[in-house]
Design a binder for this molecule. Structure first.
Ligand code: EPU
Length: 416
């Protein structure tokens, strides 16, 4: 299995291009299930999760063709509206096929995802919303069996803010009969990007990006072309890397306005940041100052940036409190960071991080996607060599990470 070897201690400098957002590309790919016409997507990141989604859609009969610039998905006919355990267990976002399949075919069989490394991650809100729209859903042998002649619009107040839950219900409602109101909806930019794509396909959606989304169902949707939004978490990861390692970097192909909470915290840590339409420049000259963060749904501080900020806090001047409110078990990187010499104690859902002057390279293990990103940042600042094992987690969500970081001057390589 591949590993990453990083020799730390060098500041980062230069320019790198950010890829399309994984968490926008995955739901948007599922939107292809809603129409028999081709959906042509550009700026799709080359990632393991995207390949897994393409495979899942392919198994249902969706034609997937890719060129250098685009990915075209055509669901002329859906042969089998089933998402099997084999694929769902490797990627929880597979549950995003449930709403579209039900809306298009009137039935779907989707494996329950089960738990995952960062927490329980139930899908009860997805199920509850679809039931409110008239679906019958039963759980048998680990699968959700859903059916509905035609979904009906409904008013749905979600118990908590869920990103893929909002996306699933928005896609289902696009083809339902009548109007759906999604209240307490997720406001994440990826939800808005999906809504924009659905709009181009003919859906009538208002309020995406706010916590109340109104969807007027239409009888059918058509094909469209859509450019996937830039990945705000990839962007934030590179910015945090510069804040930790020092240096001066310009990131292009980014959406600066999706990053307010992260940028605010980076400035607090001492970084100078300049924004342009599609680029962000960051300069970090001194040791970072400790900044505390508390994760929250958008526009709050993203849970997907928490591990990277824990790595930053590990070498900062002062003590930072890192509080995780979204997932109940998203601190596994803390133990690995300790192996690099970080001073972290966990009290409930808060990690108290006392910054040390230096981390020391060691062998560590990646436990999930963003945890891996945190370890990479720690490796970039640690003295000597850090070897990160199980980097298949990184390949799920970061396109060409080691190439991009090498081009910025980092000593990082993949070891077979
Ligand atoms: N939740 C429920 N019931 C539900 C759905 C969610 O209790 O039916 C809970 C979850 O257990 C969690 C909270 O609600 O405690 C929020 O979870 P959410 O549903 O928003 O997460 P998600 O949609 O499964 C997406 C991203 C995650 C990101 C979270 C939070 C995608 C494909 N995934 O997951 O991204 O952490 O939102 O922002 O969009 C990653 O990229 O590394 C990643 C994990």
């Amino acid at each position: 299995m591949d590993k990453l070897a990083i020799t730390g201690g060098r500041p980062l400098a230069g320019e790198a291009r950010v890829s399309g957002a994984k968490n926008a590309a995955l739901p948007i790919m599922c939107a292809a299930l809603l129409t028999s016409q081709p959906l042509r997507l550009s700026n799709v990141p080359r990632l393991m999760d995207v390949a897994t989604m393409a495979k899942l859609l392919g198994q249902m009969g969706v034609d997937v063709s890719s060129s250098q610039e685009s990915l075209t998905l055509t669901a002329k006919e859906i042969k089998d509206p089933t998402a099997s355990y084999d694929l769902v267990k490797t990627m929880r976002a597979s549950v995003l096929v449930l709403g579209p399949l039900l809306a298009r075919c009137g039935r779907a069989k989707v494996s329950l995802p089960g738990g995952c490394a960062i927490g329980q991650r139930p899908v009860d809100q997805h199920v509850k919303g679809l039931q409110a729209m008239g679906a019958a859903i039963s759980i048998e042998h680990g699968y959700m069996h859903a059916s509905a002649e035609r979904l009906r619009g409904a008013r749905i107040v979600m118990d908590l803010v869920t990103v893929t839950g909002t996306e699933n219900l928005m896609m289902a409602a696009a083809l339902a009969e009548g109007t759906t109101l999604l209240e307490n909806a997720a406001r994440e930019p990826e939800v808005l990007d999906l809504a924009r794509c659905l709009g181009k396909m003919g859906a009538k959606i208002h309020g995406a990006g706010s916590d109340v989304i109104r969807i007027e169902g239409v009888a059918s949707l058509g094909g469209a072309s859509h450019e996937v939004m830039p990945d705000r978490i990839e962007t934030g990861t590179y910015l945090a890397a510069v804040a930790a390692a020092g240096g001066s970097v310009r990131l292009t192909g980014v959406a600066p306005r999706s990053l307010d909470a992260t940028l605010e915290k980076l400035r607090e840590a001492g970084a100078s940041i300049a924004l342009a339409d599609n680029s962000i420049s960051i300069e970090m000259k001194a040791r970072p100052k400790a900044v505390s963060v508390r994760t929250a749904p958008f526009p709050g501080f993203a849970t997907d940036m928490q591990a990277q900020f824990m790595a930053l806090a590990s070498v900062a001047e002062g003590t930072a409190m890192i509080t995780e409110t979204i997932f109940e078990n998203r601190f596994m990187h803390a133990l690995e960071l300790q192996r690099l010499g970080a001073d972290i104690s966990i009290e409930g859902n808060t990690a108290v991080v006392r910054g040390v002057e230096k981390l020391q390279g060691a062998r560590v293990m990646a436990t999930d996607l963003r945890a891996s990103a945190g370890l990479v940042i720690a490796g970039l600042v640690a003295e000597g060599e850090t070897v990160i094992e199980r980097i298949y987690h990184l390949d799920r969500g970061y396109e060409a990470l080691e190439k991009k970081l090498s081009s910025l001057g980092a000593r990082i390589q993949r070891v077979k």
